[in-house]
Write a protein that binds this ligand. Structure first.
Ligand SMILES: C[S@@+](CC[C@H](N)C(=O)[O-])C[C@H]1O[C@@H](n2cnc3c(N)ncnc32)[C@H](O)[C@@H]1O
Length: 199
């Protein structure tokens, strides 16, 4: 795994150390982390949410860009991982790490920035979340780990990638995907509820 740049918050390094110590291999890539930092900076004093804390790498990147008055809340299903990550952010009053299922995070919404990394994307068997329930108007959803699309509709393993199409084609979202490395893309979607209205 590539080390984060020296200028990033030291917590990123601590989160990656924790991941290495505990054998957790799903921390976000530094390239995606840099994007998270930028997106968090754009929120100002708002509310940032994350599903799937993991060992806290993405959360640390978010914190490194967040306004001092922003509030960050992340939820993790695995109790041990959650405890370890919460310990990492113990001295950060703006950050809460919750133990539970991603759906429980809704109680802390609506969000100005919502990072879906452990539920809500619709990648598995469960349906994706409804942006109207989770986001403030103008709020942004970010999801990493897509194979960059080269066609429309986007394909994954030879089939139409329905979860990605849900986000890119949603009538209440303006969405796109950006490559953070040549082989990995992040989907970004802004919730604009007036989009459906006749002009
Ligand atoms: C890709 S990892 C998260 C990486 C982390 N966000 C980062 O940036 O380093 C996904 C995490 O989501 C957690 N997870 C999976 N299903 C979940 C659920 N239903 N609710 C909450 N967390 C879940 C997993 O235990 C795992 O720690």
């Amino acid at each position: 795994m590539t080390a984060p740049p020296a200028s990033s918050n030291d917590l990123v390094g601590q989160a990656l150390d924790l991941a290495a110590r505990t054998g957790f291999s799903q921390s976000c890539r530094p390239e995606h982390g840099e994007l998270l930092r930028l997106l968090a900076r754009g929120v100002g004093p708002g509310v940032i949410g994350e599903t799937g804390t993991g060992c806290g790498a993405g959360l640390a990147w978010l914190l490194s860009g967040a306004d001092p008055a922003a509030r960050l809340v992340s939820i993790e299903r695995d109790p041990e991982r959650c405890k370890d990550a919460a310990e990492l952010f113990r001295a950060e009053p703006a950050v809460r790490v919750l133990h539970g299922d991603w759906r429980d995070l809704l109680a802390d919404g609506p969000f100005d920035l919502l990072v879906l990394d452990g539920g809500g994307q619709g990648k598995g068997a469960e349906p994706p979340l409804d942006p109207a329930e989770w986001l403030r108007p103008g709020g942004l959803i970010a999801m990493d780990d897509f194979t960059p699309a080269t066609s429309w509709p986007p394909l994954y393993e030879g089939r139409v990638d329905e979860p990605r199409r849900y986000w890119l084609d949603h009538p209440d979202l303006r969405a796109t995907e950006v490559r953070v490395t040549p082989d990995a893309a992040t989907v970004l979607a802004t919730y604009l509820p007036g989009l459906r209205a006749p002009r």
